[in-house]
Design a protein around this ligand. Structure first.
Ligand code: BES
Ligand code: MN
Ligand code: ZN
Length: 513
């Protein structure tokens, strides 16, 4: 859900020719300025605040406001200013590091949005108390942070509580010396914000609404932005031999789907595509190896990988990325039933390899096995990156700070890690190796799909690696970052939309021609 939020970039001059809201209007006009350490201001801010500076300093002293990051001084009806409200937002550079991290403007935008509320008009004077290296891209990041923070999922609330924020439209002007550069970058930032919010919606939707067929339908909506969509149903998958994916879904009354999205934006149509693959388990009960009841409702988010891929494909198409990209998602519901898969079953995967089922709660890797194989076989991609809420064990290892990265290719792993640092969607590389792989040996089939009690995230990755046919590949285990996310300045949503920014950055930095 996007709340009504209009953002434009203007010059300092245009921003300050503004009048106070009409008397009694419930839509305040707000001026936002940034203050550094010990209440230092940029030159434009000092000029605009003019004679009001003295009373602001007095107010700051009484409120012990010193310009620290994540603090704010709020003044209603500020003396001598043509605004109803003044927000002085702390933006002192963090020490260390001395220079602000790449995602600081993003967080700052989110923080400002959180203070603004949802109604009225605001002028944000993007004039920092310290030097900014890339002012244009920082301004675009500021806007992206605002859009990310403004997201709200309240589709199923029929009553708004007393303390609900007043609804309405918020329009924001971001003022900077020369808005032209930021305007150019804002198209990209808007595309990213839309992609993130599409992914968040999908993750937040309840599992009775968002089952595989409905998920595929929502992916189909991407045709509007120029993405080609192919949807395979159960019969078509049976014909191909995608039995690993189908086995997971066979206990559900909701039929499974396999969706391939294609965006052809490269100048040369023959440029090999990059491929993104997502786990889309719309609900994971565990199947016959059923999960305990406590917290099971969270398993509606077991499709966060697929949601990210849909959001990413939207972003790439919306900003007309010069890349050929494939997004592929396997969508199933994992339910216990008379027809459900059993531990002990042996399935023949699309690759021809046979798998002994050990624990039906390790379903995601089975879905991905067939999708990975199909994509490398059909499209010969430059690389495959898959995202999956694959293991609880990755939460034990990395918590909610980093996603787990597993890869058979150092260059791809390094590029992903760098994109993680740039965007703040951080990943941490974990090991792979023959000793772990051996834990998947089976007495009855080519392999089993679960190793022992130890190294659960690694053996899951080893299993996936058996289906990539030596193609450059990376697996991101996002069980800790994709859902049930801690609230931050830029994300207050249960489904975070994690990965859209990371992978958009990976593409933008290395794969556009
Ligand atoms: N979807 C779960 C993993 C998960 C756990 C995601 C917590 C998000 C939060 C996955 O399908 C699963 O159940 N994995 C099992 C694997 C085990 C049976 C080998 C797990 O992690 O316990
Ligand atoms: Mn499971
Ligand atoms: Zn799962």
């Amino acid at each position: 859900m996007n709340s009504k939020l209009a953002v434009e970039f203007v010059s300092f001059k245009d921003a300050t020719s503004s009048a106070r809201a009409k008397k009694g209007s419930a839509s305040p006009r707000t001026l936002v300025v940034f203050a550094g350490k010990d209440l230092s201001f940029g030159a434009q801010t000092t000029k605009l605040l003019g004679d009001s500076l003295e009373s602001i300093r007095r107010a700051a002293a009484s409120a012990s406001f010193k310009g620290k990051a994540s603090s704010v001084l709020e003044l209603w009806g500020p003396d001598g200013l043509k605004f109803d409200r003044l927000l002085v937002v702390g933006a002192a550079a963090k020490e260390p590091p001395a220079s602000p991290a790449p995602s600081d403007a993003l967080s700052l935008g989110g923080y400002v949005m959180g203070k603004l509320g949802r109604k009225g008009e605001a002028v944000v004077l993007f004039d920092m108390p310290h030097e900014l290296e890339k002012a244009d891209s920082a301004a675009a990041d500021l806007m992206l942070g605002m859009r990310m923070r403004a997201y709200k999922f309240d589709l199923y609330k029929t009553k708004k509580g007393d303390d609900a924020e007043p609804e309405g439209a918020l329009s924001i002007k971001i003022a900077l010396a020369d808005p032209a550069g930021a305007k150019k970058l804002s198209n990209h930032a808007d595309a990213v914000a839309e992609g993130i919010n599409i992914a968040r919606d999908l993750v937040n939707e309840p599992p009775n609404v968002l089952y595989p067929e409905e998920f595929a339908k929502r992916a189909k909506a991407l045709t509007k932005v120029g993405v080609q969509i192919e949807i395979l149903d159960v019969k078509q998958m049976q014909k191909l031999g995608m039995n690993a994916l189908l086995g997971v879904g066979q206990g559900s009354v909701r039929d499974s789907r396999f969706v391939v999205m294609r965006w052809n934006g490269a100048k040369n149509a023959k440029t090999k595509p990059v491929a993104f693959i997502g786990k889309g388990v719309t609900f994971d009960t565990g199947g016959i190896s059923i999960k305990p009841a406590g917290g099971m409702e969270d398993m509606k988010g077991d499709m966060a990988g697929a949601a990210c891929v849909v959001g990413l494909m939207h972003t790439l198409a919306r900003r007309k990325a010069k890349v050929n990209a494939i997004g592929a998602i396997g969508i199933v519901e994992n339910m216990p039933d008379g027809n459900a898969q059993r531990p002990g079953d042996i399935v023949k995967t699309l690759s021809g390899q046979t798998v002994e089922i050990i624990n039906t709660d390790a379903e995601g890797r089975l879905v991905l096995a067939d999708v990975l194989w199909r994509i490398q076989d059909q499209y010969d991609p430059q690389f495959m990156v898959n995202l999956a809420t694959l293991t609880g064990a990755i939460l034990v290892a990395l918590g909610t700070e980093h996603a787990g990265l597993f890869s058979n290719n150092d260059e791809l792993a390094e590029r992903l890690t760098a994109a993680g640092k740039e965007t703040g969607e951080k990943i941490w590389r974990m090991p792979l190796g023959p000793a772990y792989d051996k834990l998947l040996d089976s007495r009855f089939a080519d392999m089993k799909h679960v190793g022992g009690r130890h190294a659960g995230s690694i053996t899951a990755a080893q299993f996936l690696q058996r289906f990539v046919n030596k193609k450059p590949w990376a697996h991101l285990d996002i069980a800790g970052v994709g859902m049930s996310s801690p609230s931050t300045d830029i994300n207050q949503s249960w489904g975070s939309g994690w990965g859209v920014r990371l992978l958009d950055r990976l593409v933008a930095d290395h794969y556009e021609k």
